[in-house]
Design a protein around this ligand. Structure first.
Ligand code: MV4
Length: 447
């Protein structure tokens, strides 16, 4: 087992990982930038090391600085959380070269899934359904034209080095193709220093459904059902729930087993999430995230499975103890991402929190690194808390959500809490049929 884990992250996820380490009796090391000197994760850890100035590039993304922090503290493993270095294969290689374990998959699996063309090709090869499109890279207008004729419009151009929705262009007819290819390549080159693109049929009204898996280093793997992450705006997820209103038990077993079969053959280990688009009762591979995700708590709530604890155990070469047949899904869970943003236009609102009072009682969980008196720095993600509620069915979960949102007090900065109080009154949220465009349409209609 690991003796000392360094948490290469900040905010609520650093706190979540610290809790798992403490539950396992593992010593903890926090790292922090100068802007996070007073942060909760620093106060909670057994030790802490300053790794640089405010800008992420110089601190939370600074590989030499983090490795030095491991050496100074004698940490034998690093948990990367999400974002920052969590899907950086060269970070994993450098840690391994220093004899430090990475709590996550192998660098090769990270590399494969980070290359979106290779990820799609790999998924297809192992039996995961994919969206019709180009055969890998599209080199020029001629190849793009041929693909367009083959699959029909609308199509979407994606950057192979992209992901998370960055660098995509939708094309509605062949006349726009040349300009769109140019735009996509320029954007991809600017954002990722790589102008490799590919093309898919554009699905117009999908839901975003993702499957959580965990595998060990001995070929054992299970899935923990789906999360419906369709409630999003500009590729930022806002609210996630499980189970999805549109997935029944049979469908869950089908897509869960299919995902586990594919990833077992690939030899994947650690936690992972396969993201699907779901339209007209069919799943299509979108991408795979090779890390712990923001929205993992809703899965924990309905399965009673501690994903972070188990993630640490499999990284320490322990066998998964639970078999698929022992995973029971009970009840319903919803997570709201509470951001330090204006609830109307989502403009960031950093600053000092004068009063922070979290809701509680049955079925309510808050994952946060905030407390009354802390100052939210402007340099990082604006998420300050996650409100996770549980109910024995969706209706009781929704009632809990309304109650908990009402109890939540954050004074001194603006938050997105009023946005959630607004959408939980809407019919398509209440009936669970909302797709990935719902928030955008809803906000247009309100103006
Ligand atoms: C798509 C799509 C429709 N059709 N691919 C967005 C995230 C990136 N990983 C891929 N994305 C999409 N790919 C095809 N063929 C629509 C999106 C998409 C989206 C997907 C999930 C959640 C939010 C989204 C917002 C805009 C576009």
């Amino acid at each position: 087992m690991f003796e000392k884990v360094l948490i290469a992250n900040r905010g609520e996820i650093a706190v979540r990982i610290l809790r798992a380490c403490k539950d396992l009796g593992i010593q903890t090391v926090a790292v922090y930038s100068t802007a996070d000197k007073e942060a909760m994760h620093v106060k909670m850890a057994d030790e802490s090391v300053c790794i640089g100035p405010s800008q992420s590039k110089e601190s939370y993304l600074n590989i030499p600085s983090i490795i030095a922090a491991c050496e100074i503290s004698g940490a034998d493993a690093v948990h990367p959380g999400y974002g920052f270095l969590s899907e950086n294969s060269s970070f994993v290689e450098k840690l391994n070269a220093h004899n430090i374990s990475f709590i996550g998959p192998s660098s090769n699996h990270i590399k494969t899934m980070g290359d979106k063309i290779l990820a799609k090709k790999t998924a297809e090869e192992y039996g995961i359904p994919v969206i019709p499109g180009s055969d890998g890279e599209v080199k020029d207008l001629e190849e793009a034209t041929q693909t367009g004729e083959k699959i029909g419009y609308p199509i979407i151009i994606k950057a192979s080095a992209g992901g998370g929705g960055r660098g995509m262009v939708v094309v509605h007819n062949a006349d726009d193709l040349e300009a769109s290819i140019k735009k996509a390549k320029t954007e991809a080159d600017k954002s990722f220093d790589n102008d490799t693109i590919y093309i898919e049929k554009y699905l117009q009204h999908p839901k975003h459904i993702e499957i959580q898996i965990i595998g060990d280093n001995f070929g054992n793997m299970i899935h923990l059902g789906e999360r419906d992450c369709s409630m999003q705006r500009r590729n930022q997820k806002l609210l996630e729930e499980t189970p999805s209103k549109v997935i029944d038990n049979k469908t869950r077993n089908y897509i869960g087993e299919l995902t586990v079969n594919a990833l077992t053959k690939i030899g994947y280990s650690g936690v992972g999430t396969v993201e699907y688009l779901y339209e007209d009762n069919k799943f299509y591979f979108m991408e795979m995230n090779t890390r712990l995700q923001v929205e993992h708590p809703v899965t924990e709530e309905i399965t009673n499975f501690d994903l972070v604890k188990e993630q640490i155990l499999v990284a320490a070469n322990q066998k998964l103890l639970k078999k698929q047949s022992e995973i029971k899904f009970f009840g319903h869970s919803i997570e709201c991402r509470i951001n330090a943003e204006d609830p109307v236009n989502f403009i960031p609102s950093p600053g000092k929190i004068i009063n922070f009072h979290t809701p509680g009682g049955p079925g309510v969980r808050v994952d946060s690194g905030c407390y009354s008196g802390i100052t939210i720095p402007p340099y990082y993600d604006s998420m300050i808390a996650k409100l996770i509620v549980f109910g024995e069915d969706r209706d009781s979960c929704l009632a809990r959500l309304e109650r908990a949102l009402g109890e939540f007090v954050v004074e001194g900065i603006k938050t997105t809490i009023p946005f959630y109080l607004d959408i939980i009154k809407e019919e398509e949220f209440l009936n669970g049929t909302y797709d990935i465009h719902w928030v955008e349409n809803h906000m247009k209609n309100k103006q």
